[in-house]
Design a protein around this ligand. Structure first.
Ligand code: 7TS
Length: 409
């Protein structure tokens, strides 16, 4: 794939920020949207807009066909056996909370354990903390070893017949670490636990096959994969979803309703109460078409090469400390770093004056920050449209940071 050609599909990238060409290197926070996705949103509202699953009129039928078509695209994209296992959510956060409510709160009690990891985004920690608070279960975390990978020996020692859920990020949003989900899942299943995988940073960037991963649930979020905000997905094994209580109550999720009780619709509708984000779901389908046309393998290869280049160039910067795995084949396109004792926010602000957008802060991963012994880091994160010149501009801008701040905090 040619990232220079790909860039032409993303209108937002063609602009100057602070008098410099925009280098958008904050893709782990959210990705930009190709014209195809923007156009589909407009087209849908101009031609097909209607509610889904309700109306027999033509627009209602068209909207439903497009919405269900998007569900099928998500299923195929992650190797799910059928669209029945795909639930549209608002985000990865909502997918994880759905599981914490509809699975964990109905099944856990005192003495039970949930295992997460020290490198999770807060959404894969706090959702389970709240479930533990309500059920008396305990949350434990697989330690991070050498600031880069999970300590799988410690994980094996943590597993027991008390373990009910093991929930792990596929790719870390701070370190970029690609976690060995298949191995983790196999061991969890041997202990009788279910396995949740947070794919927020993986599904946009590498080929995903939930069958090969061996997890029971997989969550994703559209806005990091070229789709709008407000749309995400949860895949679950159908038998587990069928056995679960609903999450939200309301329209579309019921089979029948009396005043004193109700019965539930079949999956996946049981988990989609109320009017869903129809246009956003359809645009997620368009984003998936777009990514597939380029090819997830090609996107992954491009990000490996760009990350390799970024790691090489960033190592030239004096006093830089880079976190996470050093081999680009073992990580996603995320590079977190600090410059001496200069605060990451100063780094972020100064490079912005060079037109370079990176994130600075704790990245919603405070336990990991604590483990790394830092309060914050700067983070450059890449996607299919990023090119080497943008890395060069970042490195040049970092030179300016050192000149201006002189290693002071
Ligand atoms: N899980 C991981 C691994 C993430 O990186 C994020 C968002 C989420 C879950 C939550 O996604 P949401 O769409 O529900 O918000 N991560 C980041 C980030 O690293 N910078 O901004 C958002």
């Amino acid at each position: 794939m040619d990232a220079r050609e790909v860039r032409k599909d993303f209108p937002i990238l063609d602009q100057e920020v602070n008098g410099k060409p925009l280098s958008y290197l904050d893709n782990a926070a959210t990705s930009q949207k190709p014209r195809q996705v923007i156009d589909e949103l407009k087209r849908f509202f101009e031609e097909d807009n209607a509610n889904v699953h309700r109306s027999v009129h033509t627009l209602g039928e068209r909207a439903t066909v497009l919405y269900e078509g998007a569900r099928a695209k998500v299923a195929e994209f992650i190797g799910a056996p059928s669209p029945r296992g795909i639930i549209f959510t608002k985000s990865a956060t909502e997918g994880l909370n759905l599981l914490a409510y509809a699975w964990a709160r109905h099944r856990l009690s005192e003495g039970d354990e949930i295992i997460t990891t020290e490198m999770e985004h807060h959404s894969n920690i706090v959702s389970w903390q709240l479930a533990c608070r309500d059920t008396g279960a305990t949350l434990r975390a697989i330690p991070v070893r050498d600031g880069a990978t999970l300590d799988l020996d410690a994980y094996e020692r943590m597993l027991s017949n008390r373990t009910r859920i093991v929930t792990v990020g596929h790719v870390s949003n701070v370190l970029g670490t690609i976690n060995p989900i298949a191995d983790i899942a196999e061991k969890a299943h041997d202990a009788g636990a279910i396995v949740v995988c947070d794919g927020a940073q993986a599904a946009p960037h590498l080929p995903v096959d939930v069958g090969a991963l061996g997890c029971d649930f997989y969550v994703g979020t559209g806005h990091k994969m070229c789709a709008p905000t407000g749309i995400g997905f949860l895949w679950g094994r159908e038998a587990l979803l069928e056995d679960m209580e609903p999450f939200h109550g309301g329209g579309d999720m019921i089979s029948d309703v009396w005043i004193d009780h109700s019965t539930w619709n079949e999956i996946p509708y049981k988990f989609e109460a109320g009017t869903p984000p129809v246009a956003d779901a359809i645009a997620l389908g368009t984003a998936i078409d777009y990514l597939n046309a380029i090819g997830m393998k090609a996107i992954r290869e491009h990000e490996i090469e760009l990350t390799r280049y970024a790691l090489e160039r960033l190592r030239e910067v004096p006093e830089i400390q880079i976190y996470g795995p050093t081999d680009p084949e073992l990580k996603g396109g995320v590079v977190s770093f600090n410059l001496g004792d200069i605060h990451a926010h100063d780094v972020g602000t100064i490079v912005d004056s060079w037109g370079v957008a990176i994130r600075a802060g704790h990245h919603c991963s405070k336990p990991l920050m604590r483990k790394l012994g830092i309060a914050a880091s700067a983070r450059a994160s890449f996607y299919l449209y990023n090119v080497e010149e943008e890395v060069d501009r970042l490195v040049e801008a970092l030179g300016d940071v050192t000149r201006l701040m002189g290693g002071r905090s």
